[in-house]
Design a protein around this ligand. Structure first.
Ligand SMILES: Cc1ncc(COP(=O)(O)O)c(C=O)c1O
Length: 381
């Protein structure tokens, strides 16, 4: 039996074998507490600081600007809630977009329940925020702009550098959720002009359950948790050394192989797209402008096909995601597709296919055959 073809790298990535190798000694041999003053502890403290350098290197930050967290969700919570609370004397208005991940929107919803005002910017049909809309939304009491770098569902890349200029001109703190972009495209914090940037380990071949937040030097932030002085006093709790080491290694690999990997992601996505266009019996529409989209991501809608039925039909052979879910018997369209005003029927036929650095041309060709055959079956039944 062949293993299913994994084409859902935006959901999570397998851990790179080199990352696993780097992590393994930290489960048994190097088990010391990094705060201990003897050799076992000091060794691990050094390992954490090496990882901090590796993460900082990938995003162009200083090592002391990187805080390790438990995941992308925690990084987003720390960034948004941390800034909101720290700067509440200045104002209680936050600007974000209507296509953010729940780890951003739910924090905003929580803050709104406590009296903060949130502006959710609209997006165009490709899921792009207009930077002019950001400018117009700014008020005297705006303390934070939080706009994701690349969208997890459709892959659209936001004009972060342009928004960064606007934020700077208006002296407003700017956070970007770069969970999907780090390791896939350039994410240099200076070029992007951001003050905070979220990293999620399991999107770039490190394990699930590790993340990081870049916090520009000089930016004040209120902690989420209280305890001892770990992570420069910003995130208490004995450090998850093996996972931190893993994230560091994954960032080092991403930096070393960037051009090769980025090109490969692009080629695999194009091969898939061309193949599906040729072989699929159902017409295809694309839910993004592929010129301004993560190279690995393809959000497409098959006409007259229910994506969930398609995904479950091929689920044992090809792993992909859909743009809808079933709630109480009715098809619920994703917030992102809703914000993009994708018509209900098209949204119900939407799949997200995302390739990764381990995707091979053979896998792509086999996936095209399997998906096309399933579509043929669904159309004729
Ligand atoms: C854009 C985006 N932000 C944040 C997250 C949350 O990351 P984590 O799963 O590490 O909490 C995800 C994960 O799907 C994501 O795609």
């Amino acid at each position: 039996m062949q293993r299913p073809i994994y084409l859902d790298y935006n959901a999570t990535t397998p851990i790179d074998p080199e990352v696993v190798t780097e992590m393994l000694p930290y489960f048994q041999t190097h088990f010391g507490n990094p705060s201990s003053s003897y050799g076992l502890g000091k060794h691990n403290k050094k390992a954490i600081e090496r990882a901090r350098l590796q993460v900082a290197g990938l995003v162009g930050a200083l090592p002391e600007e990187i805080v390790f967290t438990s995941c992308g969700t925690e990084s987003n919570n720390l960034a948004i809630r941390g800034i909101a609370v720290a700067y509440q004397e200045k104002g209680k208005h936050i600007i974000t977009s209507s296509i953010e991940h729940p780890s951003v929107t739910e924090v905003c919803r929580y803050l709104a329940s406590l009296g903060w005002e949130i502006t959710y910017l609209p997006v165009d049909k490709y899921g792009t925020v207009n930077h002019e809309d950001v400018k117009k939304a700014i008020r005297r009491d705006t303390v934070l702009i939080s706009i994701m770098h690349a969208n997890n569902e459709v892959g659209t890349i936001q004009p972060i550098a342009e928004i960064g200029v606007i934020a700077k001109e208006n002296n407003i703190i700017f956070h970007t959720d770069a969970a999907q972009s780090v390791g896939k495209i350039e994410t240099d914090v200076t070029e992007l002009g951001v003050d905070l940037l979220t990293i999620a380990g399991h999107k770039l071949y490190a394990p699930k359950g590790i993340g990081a937040l870049y916090i520009r030097k000089g930016v004040n932030i209120e902690n989420l948790m209280f305890g001892a002085g770990h992570e420069m006093g910003r995130r208490p709790g004995t450090e998850n050394v093996p996972y931190i080491v893993g994230l560091g290694k994954a960032c080092e690999l991403a930096r070393k192989n960037d051009i090769i990997v980025h090109e490969r992601l692009f080629q695999m996505r194009q091969r898939l797209f061309e193949g599906l266009k040729q072989k699929s019996a159902s017409s295809i529409s694309v839910n993004a402008n592929l010129e301004n989209c993560l190279h690995n991501t393809l959000s497409i809608s098959f006409a007259n096909i229910e994506a969930r039925t398609l995904a479950s039909l091929i689920g044992g052979q090809v792993c992909i995601s859909t743009g809808s879910a079933c709630h109480s018997g009715s098809v619920e369209i994703s917030q992102v597709l809703k914000a993009m005003k994708v018509e209900h029927k098209q949204a119900a036929g939407t799949v997200r296919i995302s390739t990764g650095k381990f995707t091979t041309p053979e896998e792509i060709d086999r996936a095209i055959r399997i998906i096309s055959a399933a579509i043929q079956k669904l159309i004729t039944h």
